[in-house]
Design a protein around this ligand. Structure first.
Ligand SMILES: NC(=O)c1ccc[n+]([C@@H]2O[C@H](COP(=O)([O-])OP(=O)(O)OC[C@H]3O[C@@H](n4cnc5c(N)ncnc54)[C@H](O)[C@@H]3O)[C@@H](O)[C@H]2O)c1
Length: 364
């Protein structure tokens, strides 16, 4: 975050996990499901997505405490074919439902070459990449998407109708790191605006619009108006209007809602995660076997070649390295596993508060 550095402490992965697991189990989540929920949160921190890591623990705590999230897995398969399934999440933890959905997609891909699972009536599931990464363990291509609460303004609009609806696709390689695309379909996630707001800084123009639909650099006004649903919001990838292709980011966000929302029958657009007592979030998972098309080793060899071509191509002035998606996160993960995970002190304090309420001591 360069000039946006916040106060941090460094915590060992195991300590962070122990605390999160104790919180979930204290709230009635079975040990196995507690571990899944924790793994998704901590993986986000390990990969450098702080906005979706343990910073989310207090929100999940509130949802569980209020009964808006069911602590035990209530998900059910509603409809199934050899290659597809529709799951109703039963308002259970999004991470638990998401993992179940991707496990089923993988099982089907191993039997038929493709598995597609659509999920309705779920919750915020964290980083999309957690689920697509699961496919790599089986040498499959993985896809994971989710719809989310409306924060994104459609091109030429002035109110948020779509979520930051992330897309993740992973593909295995051989000697190179696998391709791990994991991105919101908005210019930035809400968390970035929150960081600028906390530091009372102006954000770059091109991230968000105000209630009139005009670009603004004032994060506080945008966040305040979004929370009161007064208008304005975050821009889709590509930014404002058509000049820098905002309409394409808008199309990608809508594509995610078609696959996660309309296909599963969950809430869509304005209805997603708006009523905290009934969030009705939708997800989409796909696993695809490359070996159904070409020998797996040929596919992986060509992934390596493509990755090397990109990285060996000429660098822009002032740059000394080109990355392939996922590479930076792997490097960060290795560093954090060696040296500990940086966690903002404000996040630690909010976790400590939850711990105090539940009688779970926080030891960092
Ligand atoms: N559950 C939800 O509702 C929800 C909503 C939005 C986002 N998210 C999650 O938030 C996370 C952050 O999304 P984001 O859009 O801010 O991601 P980002 O902009 O940090 O990264 C996007 C992608 O670009 C890659 N990347 C980064 N720098 C690169 C470079 N120089 N060259 C090549 N590739 C590079 C990353 O590996 C990643 O795959 C994701 O994990 C996403 O799943 C979740």
């Amino acid at each position: 975050m360069d000039q946006l550095t916040v106060n941090q402490v460094t915590v060992q992965e195991i300590k962070l996990k122990e605390f999160c697991n104790s919180v979930w189990t204290r709230l009635g989540v079975p040990e196995k499901d507690a571990q899944v929920t924790t793994d998704v949160l901590v993986l986000a921190d390990l990969r450098g997505v702080e906005s979706h890591g343990v910073a989310r623990l207090p929100r999940y705590y509130t949802d569980l405490k209020n009964g808006w999230t069911k602590p035990t897995d209530q998900s059910k398969i509603i409809k199934e074919t050899k290659a597809t399934a529709l799951i109703d999440g039963g308002q259970s933890l999004g991470q638990v439902v998401g993992r179940r959905g991707m496990e089923l997609a993988i099982k089907k891909a191993k039997e038929t070459a493709i598995g597609i699972v659509s999920v309705r009536n779920s919750h915020h599931y964290g980083i999309a990449g957690y689920y697509s990464l699961m496919a790599l363990e089986h040498d499959l291509i993985g896809v994971s998407m989710t719809n989310a609460a409306p924060l994104v303004v459609p091109t030429f609009g002035r109110t948020a109708v779509l979520g930051t609806n992330p897309i993740s696709l992973t593909a295995p390689a051989s000697k190179e790191k696998p391709f791990v695309l994991d991105m919101a379909t908005s210019v930035v996630p809400r968390g970035k605006l929150e960081v600028y707001d906390r530091l009372k800084k102006k954000m770059p123009l091109g991230w968000a619009v105000d209630a009139t639909g005009k670009g603004t650099s004032d994060p506080h006004t945008v966040l305040d108006a979004l929370s009161k649903r007064l208008g304005g919001g975050i821009l889709p990838l590509g930014g404002e209007g058509e000049e820098h292709s905002g309409h394409k980011g808008y199309g990608l966000a809508l594509m995610v809602d078609v696959l996660c929302g309309v296909l599963s029958g969950s809430a869509t657009g304005l209805g997603v995660d708006v009523d905290k007592a009934k969030p009705n979030v939708g997800h989409f998972f796909m696993a695809l076997d490359p070996a159904a098309f070409r020998p797996l080793e040929d596919f992986k060899r060509d992934m390596d070649r493509l990755s090397q071509e990109l990285k060996n191509s000429p660098k822009a002035q002032g740059q000394n390295r080109i990355y392939v998606h996922g590479e930076k996160s792997y490097a960060r993960m290795e560093k954090c596993r060696r040296e500990g995970i940086p966690v903002g002190t404000a996040v630690v304090e909010s976790m400590r508060q939850v711990g105090t309420e539940l009688g779970v001591p926080l030891s960092f």
